[in-house]
Design a protein. Sequence first.
Lengths: 196, 501
Amino acid sequence: MKKEFLAAGFWLLFSAYTSLEALRLGLGNGNKPGPGFFPFGAAIAIGIIALSRLLRARGETPSTNMAGGSVTNETNKAPRSKAPRYLCEILRSPSTLLRQGCGGFSSPSSSQQAARYSAKENKILWAVGGLLAYALFLESLGFLLCTFILNALFLKAVAGRSWLTTLSFALSVALAAHLIFNVALRAQLPSGILTF
Amino acid sequence: METLDLLAQGILTAAAPVNLLYGFIGVLLGTMVGVLPGLGPAGAIALLLPLALHAPPLSYLIMLFGITYGAQYGGSITSILVNIPGEASSVITCLDGYAMARQGRAGPALGIAAFGSFIGGTFALFGLAYLAPALAEFGLHFGPPEYAALMFFGLTALVYLAHGPMDKALIMAFTGVLLASVGLDPVTGSPRFTFNLLLLRDGVGLTPLVIGLFGVSEVLLNLSQADGGEVFQKKITGLLPTRSDWKESAAPIARGSILGFIIGAIPGLNVVIASFASYAVEKKFSSQPEKFGAGAIAGVAGPETANNAASASGWIPLLSLGLPTGSVTSLIFGALMIHGLAPGPLFIKNSPEVFWGLLGSMYLGNVMLVILNLPLIGLWIRVLKIPYFALFPLIILFSIIGAYTAAGNIGDVFIVILFGVAGYFMKKFGYEPAPLVLGFVLGPLLETAIRRSMIMSRGSAAIFFQRPIAAAFMGLALLMLLSPLIAKRRLGRDVIDKLEA
């Protein structure tokens, strides 16, 4: 299973780096544990578990179930008990259900769903990109301007709304947030190039 | 009698106008996040953590507690009306609650859910009032090895009972421990994992971490998910259950109260398990089990009572021993620490007004929820109709403002984004964030307790197995960790594989 393999590989690398860093910090001894003692133990534990997952992922066949976003091998297994199927599905992943509703137990796998999946991944890229830009320019451009641009980006690029909805929503949210946090609560948010 | 007096005093403290106001805001916000599937109580508390420095400690904590049990009420509303549980603990309510709504009995379903929640919450509150101080008294005998073993047990219990595979939860818990070690070493003062960045010298803050993991990541995840179901359109009438509804619900409410209380008080078990266990019990006890899933009021009354009872008793390990048992309790643990109220066996003794005030607020909060929520059903239906495109920018905005204003540091906003993206991938790959947060919160305490124990024993780890209390906790923890291996060995690999297939 490719995703499981990738995840296990990531954790193994993470463990290798952090354990080496912990070793550099110094482990000390039993009488007097050093600053690296505790992180080293945690890093090694992650490494052992990741290695076991990596070995298991290598020996498993690929899975195609993409429903619910939680692409784990465990979610694809059949219920172990004689309990009704819905109970097993709910117990295994209530968070999936929270987003899909109780009618969404079955997995509608189709090419259409794959296309929708990719469009939604694009939305996430826009959202994360917008957030990073917001953090980068918040102090120079200021809260009001950045909040307006971020909300406009969210509504146009992520939610696909009309320009009228986008601009009116972004403007009203930015102004309301400025009035509430900067003016009323004096939250010391950066004013940037707009000095009010 | 002394306990009842203290509880009455707590109710009086909670009834002070400022506390009532914060409590009201808490239950209202809680119901709202319970109604809206995009943000859970952990996310809401994470967003409100920065407020900790600006609000009176007790009032602020009353508000956070209000969010937790308010969310249980809100979750049931969406389960019954839309067939989408606002909270995981209300998942099971969908089965009979929504069926009742389709039969034109949404009113009695909502009514019995609210009354059951109130009764369950009140019952658990009395249990909490009697049990927590006794447990705290017992905790006073703990030294560093016992604390280390207790925290290890708490972490293991959460990992053992986490959704999904145990090894993934373990990775999360250890990652939390590693993240907690970023910053200056508590003993030697030397920097660890700081990459020479000034921002990391004080460590990763709990506030940006949880805002990222529970606020931003949830938004990103929702953007990649299918849209919600259709909102119930029929007019809701007759919120008060009839005499026959009460007759059918009385025993499930009584059983749900006891079951929920017991399950909630055990570290690692939670409100979700309580509601499922109650449903299973009610189906077993029912003379007409075939009605379950088709609109049986007992299938709403039992689980809704149990989840609220478990929500209240879930505070016992935290308030008596200082042991958080999940993401919400970890966040409250953090909030207590921000106010200098160290949770642990001495908490009740050192801060009785806070402990009893919180208990009193839980009772008043439950009363508020019953009085307010039934007439406000129409409002919550309107809240449900708010499109997600208007909600997610606001959640993101509150996340950023919360992170930035906590310390006035833009670096914290980057940390929020980093953990927002990390949380998104974690959830996509089936890694739950709750063990990470628990590991992060307990990490420094666990490290200090282990290092002190090692110094006490002159380097021998046997100290954790030589003292009876520590040995008991370690034994239980090891049993949980090794149980999958033991099961495999006893049953044989072939049997396990067949069962899994």
